[in-house]
Design a binder for this molecule. Structure first.
Ligand code: HMG
Length: 440
């Protein structure tokens, strides 16, 4: 069977940067360490007044097409995943295709365009759709463009304001991919939940603490479901485990949950037993509360072991490096976690070809999905072609007053006419609803 997966990745960050410990925390009267140590965040990306989900998505897709030497006729499908859409009818992919058509001779008239929605897991679902479309032989030799794009903003003074961000990830899904081949096996954990939702409203209604519990519960179910198909997982089977990253502190919890689950009944649990005992088994407890307390104690002890810390440091921590600097990108988050992992392997000169990643996606509402990926030969070249550091470095560091203005500028309920803080550089810019313009 021909391999299908991700052939190229490009990211596009919002052009502004909010320093969380330095600028935001003091204004909120908070300890900067809540951000650096607790949430694990240094900064959030924000869109300048001329940026939005369309321009960020189009700019990421354009760079990808230029770098890969693609023309519109090479693309048979454009799917956008977003939870920041402004149009209930026309998919954001049509706006993005409209931007791209301004700079290419050809057009996307014969490409299938759509929009995927299921909170942050939607981009992984769009990748699945592209994968299935190619596997079904309906692609006529063409590739699919999947674009995850979001402005993840919360209402002012909502606790979620600590975990905002804005950016886009464009991915080319194709046969014989250069970056990763995607596994056929997938595990799901899915349930009707109301901890995070945006019914006819711009900013989410969110029960933050509960949303963290729901994330972990669905992720565990997805891992169990994945194991039913592919056999038991072992923590050492995977070079990296990129998770959906609303903020790195969340992934610290997900990593521990995953490890605890994966070592059950393995030699690792046996080896650790001398130090911290065995995992409490539910059947050994009459009382649920006592069982939960025993689990908490075991997990706390596990987190302190050298073995776990080494595994986490090598397998999960490196997936957080971009996220720490940009915050939550909703649909793009798990995909920047993968990019961070590959960047880490490149920097450490690790030979990753043929090694496996385990990818944990999640969307509120709520659904987790787990699948494996096999790293392909061209991964290093692809990851080195991305200009992540350059984009992060050129962001404009906003003051708190500028943050307040820019938040208003992206709030549909507030009239705001904010000056641009950066200068567009040969990129697509927001030029009024309905039409996006290109500006040099
Ligand atoms: P909060 O009330 O701002 O923060 O809420 P906190 O007081 O809970 O502190 C956060 C962490 O920092 C805690 O760590 C504190 O202990 C620690 P934890 O106990 O959880 O390990 N801390 C400190 N550490 C060191 N020094 C200090 C200090 N102070 C505190 N001085 C919350 C945080 C994440 C709940 C809030 O920001 C929020 O509601 N965010 C939005 C919701 C969210 O991100 N949920 C995540 C799971 S759901 C998800 O991932 C889906 C999502 O991406 C949407 C989608 O799918 O579409 C959100």
């Amino acid at each position: 069977m021909t391999a299908v997966g991700i052939d190229a990745i490009e990211i596009r960050t919002g052009r502004l940067k909010l320093d969380l410990p330095g600028t935001f925390a003091p204004e909120q009267g908070e300890d900067p360490e809540k951000y650096t140590k607790g949430l694990g965040l240094h900064a959030s990306s924000f869109p300048d007044s001329y940026e939005d989900i369309v321009t960020m998505g189009a700019n990421a897709a354009h760079r990808l097409m230029e770098r890969k030497g693609l023309e519109p006729e090479d693309i048979g499908r454009i799917d956008v995943a977003t939870e920041s859409a402004f149009d209930n009818s026309k998919p954001v992919s049509t706006y993005i295709a409209g931007c791209l058509e301004q700079v290419y001779d050809g057009d996307f008239h014969h490409a299938n365009k759509g929009e995927r929605k299921f909170a942050c897991v939607a981009a992984t679902q769009a990748v699945d759709d592209a994968y299935n479309w190619i596997r079904a032989g309906r692609n006529r030799g063409r590739a699919a463009l999947v674009i995850a794009t979001d402005t993840a903003l919360y209402a002012r003074d909502d606790p979620g304001e600590a975990t905002q961000g804005a950016g886009a990830v464009a991915m080319l899904i194709d046969e014989d991919p250069s970056v990763v081949e995607i596994s056929t096996e997938q595990g799901y954990g899915s349930a009707d939940e109301t901890d995070f939702l945006k019914p006819q409203q711009q900013f989410p209604s969110v029960d933050g603490k509960r949303s963290m519990q729901v994330y972990l519960a669905r992720m565990r179910e997805a891992l169990e479901d994945f194991e039913h198909l592919s056999g038991d997982t072992h923590p050492d089977d995977y070079a990296y485990i990129p998770f959906h990253t609303p903020f790195p502190g969340m992934v610290r919890k997900a990593g521990l949950l995953g490890y605890r689950h994966m070592i059950r009944d393995t030699g690792v649990e046996d080896e650790l037993a001398e130090e911290i005992g065995r995992q409490p088994r539910r059947e050994a407890f009459d009382d649920e509360e006592a069982y939960q307390e025993a689990i908490r104690e075991y997990v706390d002890a596990l987190a302190e072991t050298e073995r776990y810390q080494e595994w986490y440091g090598n397998t999960v921590e490196p997936t957080l490096s971009i996220s720490r600097e940009v915050g939550n990108w909703y649909t793009g988050s798990v995909h920047i976690a993968r990019a961070s992992a590959l960047r880490d392997a490149d920097e450490k000169d690790i030979d990753l070809t043929g090694q496996e990643l385990l990818v944990g996606s999640y969307g509120s509402g709520a659904q987790a999905e787990i699948h494996a990926e096999t790293v392909q030969e061209g991964w290093r070249e692809e990851i080195e072609a991305m200009n992540v550091d350059e984009q992060l470095d050129r962001r404009y560091d906003i003051s708190f007053e500028e943050y307040e203005e820019i938040h208003d500028a992206h709030n549909h309920d507030v009239d705001s006419d904010v000056e641009e803080l950066t200068t567009p550089e040969n990129e697509f810019v927001f030029d009024g609803w309905g039409r996006m313009g290109e500006r040099k």
